[in-house]
Structures are given as structure tokens and as C-alpha cells.
Design a protein around this ligand. Structure first.
Ligand SMILES: NC(=O)c1ccc[n+]([C@@H]2O[C@H](COP(=O)([O-])OP(=O)(O)OC[C@H]3O[C@@H](n4cnc5c(N)ncnc54)[C@H](OP(=O)(O)O)[C@@H]3O)[C@@H](O)[C@H]2O)c1
Length: 319
């Protein structure tokens, strides 16, 4: 089976590329910048130029491809990209996939999309889900929660840099996931016929409230967090005024996800049923505390290495 992976340079996409190559799939990555994507080539993937905002570049990338895994989304710092990439680009991709008789199309959506039509990305995700289902292409849709990787930026780094952590919904349990585990489910779905034309709510095996995540990071960093508690409605107003700051977009983007994720905790017994269907044991799922522990150990090791190099340099200077 030959795979076309879109978004291979992204947080989730790179995990899918790595695991697909390890499993022996032929992997082609549609990328818009060869230099940036060079690490994927070094891993063993074929790179092909494509840009979802340039529809004419899409069809040639699909030649000889059996399945598409689309882990792309517009970058928040690119103006007008949301409509061009997540809507128009994906419509072109679906059309091209239909013509190329693609046997499986995997799309990543978000939880509760239909409830948030006021948030442009959610409205678009919902629309693409519908278009994909109508296309007749065999599909699998994964509706995702937040990624562990995003929590590093949201909690661990501010604690380490003594910056405030903005907390919006104190009592909402969110079952975040490691992108490595999401990649595992994604690739397993290619092997299971029963996952064809299905939509899955994929979430971690345990929910976390923000205070628990902060406590965990405080323990691991050995430092107290500066927590700023702000009601969601107030942050929304503030983010509109601060739109001109570099981080304004970032905050409103996070807000959008905070709102989406906080609406409901989808973690339930059906999550375990889904794990069973994919033949993935709960014990195989990376837990958030283990993920953070590994992050802090790696960070500490790097700091020790830097310190060691500095000492060596100073010694050399003295000599
Ligand atoms: N992050 C979350 O918490 C979360 C939650 C729910 C759902 N999701 C969904 O999960 C998927 C993966 O998210 P992610 O956070 O891993 O994404 P990401 O890290 O932001 O990566 C986005 C990827 O899309 C590519 N891309 C952007 N514009 C493109 C274009 N015009 N043509 C081709 N490729 C383009 C980027 O390529 P460049 O490197 O060239 O920019 C990059 O590889 C997305 O569908 C996202 O909506 C994410």
C-alpha cells in the first residue's frame, strides 16, 4: 500500500510518517518546502511538491497512491490560509482523490465540531467531514482532542520561564493524547476494514483538569507556577483588543480550542470499546505524567550537557 501523507512536517503528521515507514509502507509526503521537510526524506519518505492553496499542484501528487492521510491544517501566522487551505484546498484534494480512485482517505477533525459553527475552523472541519462522506471515497475520520505536545507550550514552558499560565476552565476534564498514539490508531485503521466509512472520537485513557497539569509541572520543575484565572468570556473580549500583538492570534486560537474542548469530556466506556476495536491495549497509551516526566528528564539532560560544554570551553580558555 502506498501512502500520501499531507502535513508530514506537522506535530501529528511527522509521527504518522515515522510509524508508517517503520511498518514498511511506501510513504510519499506532499510538502511545500523541501528544505523544511528534509528530515522526512532522511527518514526514508519520498518528497513531492504540493501546496493545498495551489489546487493545480494536488493531482500529480496522487499518482500511484492507494491511501491519503491528511494531517494538514493552515498555519495560524499565514493570513487568509484558513479558507484557502482547510476549505478550498481540501475540497480540491477530495475531488482529486475521487478521480485517482483512492481506496482510503483519513481525515483529522476535532471533537464537537457541529456545536461550534461560530468558530471558523470548526465550521470548516464539519463541512469537510460532510463533503468527504458524500464523495463516495472510503474514509476514516478521527475527531481529536488536544495533544500532549501542545501542553508543553501551554504549561511546562511558562513555568520554566516564570511566565503566567492562563487558565480558563478549571473543572473541565480533558482526555489529551500523545500524537504518537494518535498515529498508531491512524495506521491501524488502514489494516482494519471495519474502520472504513466510520467516524471515531479519539481521546486519551484519562481526563485531566488544568490544576492537575499545573501541579504535575510544578513538581517536575521544582518551581511554583504563576496562574492567572480568567473567565472564558473575559479572555475572548481581551483577545479582540490585543489582536495586534504577536501573541494575539495565538491566544484567540487557543481560546477557540479551549471552548471546543471544554464543552464536554467525551472520554467514556466507548473509548475503551474503541481501543478494543483497534486492538490497542490501554496500557499501550502514553500517560500524561509519563510524557511530562520524559520531557523534563530530556530537558535536564540537555541543560547538564550545555553546562558541561561551557565548563570544557572555559577549561580550554584557561589552558
Ligand atoms: N493540535 C491540536 O490540538 C489538534 C486538535 C484537534 C484536531 N487537530 C487536527 O489534527 C491535524 C494535525 O494538527 P497539527 O497540530 O499536527 O498540525 P500542525 O503541527 O500545525 O501542522 C500543519 C501541517 O500542515 C501543513 N500545511 C499547512 N499549510 C499547507 C498548505 N498550504 N499545503 C500543504 N500543507 C500545508 C504544514 O506544512 P508546513 O510545515 O509547510 O507549514 C504542516 O505540515 C490537523 O488537521 C488539525 O486540525 C489538531
Amino acid at each position: 500500500m502506498s501512502l500520501l501523507i499531507i502535513g508530514g512536517t506537522g506535530t501529528l503528521g511527522r509521527q504518522i510518517v515515522l510509524q508508517a515507514l517503520t511498518k514498511g509502507y511506501q510513504v510519499r509526503c506532499l510538502v511545500r518546502n523541501f528544505r523544511k521537510a528534509n528530515f522526512l526524506k532522511e527518514w526514508g519518505a519520498e518528497l513531492v511538491y504540493g501546496d493545498l492553496s495551489k489546487p493545480e499542484t494536488i493531482p500529480p501528487c496522487l499518482k500511484g497512491i492507494t491511501a491519503i492521510i491528511d494531517a494538514s491544517t493552515s498555519r495560524v501566522d499565514e493570513l487568509d490560509a484558513l479558507k484557502k487551505v482547510d476549505w478550498e484546498g481540501k475540497l480540491c484534494l477530495i475531488e482529486a482523490a475521487k478521480i485517482a480512485k483512492i481506496q482510503r482517505f483519513i481525515f483529522f477533525s476535532a471533537q464537537n465540531v457541529e456545536e461550534f459553527k461560530n468558530i471558523p475552523l470548526m465550521k470548516i472541519k464539519n463541512g469537510i467531514e460532510i463533503k468527504l462522506k458524500q464523495s463516495g471515497i472510503p474514509y476514516t475520520i478521527f475527531r481529536l482532542t488536544g495533544f500532549y505536545q501542545g501542553l508543553i507550550e501551554q504549561y511546562a514552558i511558562p513555568i520554566l520561564e516564570r511566565l503566567p499560565i492562563w487558565v480558563t476552565n478549571e473543572n473541565t476534564y480533558i482526555s489529551y493524547m500523545d500524537t504518537q498514539d494518535i498515529a498508531k490508531f491512524c495506521l491501524r485503521s488502514l489494516q482494519l476494514f471495519s474502520t472504513q466509512n466510520q467516524t471515531f472520537f479519539l481521546s486519551g485513557s484519562r481526563g485531566w483538569v488544568s490544576s492537575e497539569i499545573i501541579n504535575l509541572c510544578e513538581q517536575l520543575a521544582g518551581r511554583e507556577a504563576k496562574v492567572q484565572r480568567v473567565p472564558l468570556f473575559l479572555l475572548k473580549i481581551v483577545s479582540q483588543f490585543f489582536g495586534f500583538f504577536e501573541w494575539g492570534q495565538n491566544i484567540s486560537d487557543r481560546l477557540a480550542f479551549a471552548e471546543v474542548l471544554s464543552s464536554e469530556n467525551n472520554f467514556s466506556n466507548s473509548t475503551f470499546d474503541m481501543y478494543k476495536m483497534f486492538k490497542i491495549e490501554t496500557s499501550e497509551i502514553v500517560q500524561l505524567d509519563d510524557y511530562f516526566l520524559e520531557y523534563f528528564i530530556r530537558l535536564l539532560k540537555r541543560l547538564l550537557d550545555i553546562n558541561f560544554e561551557d565548563v570544557q570551553k572555559q577549561k580550554n580558555l584557561v589552558i
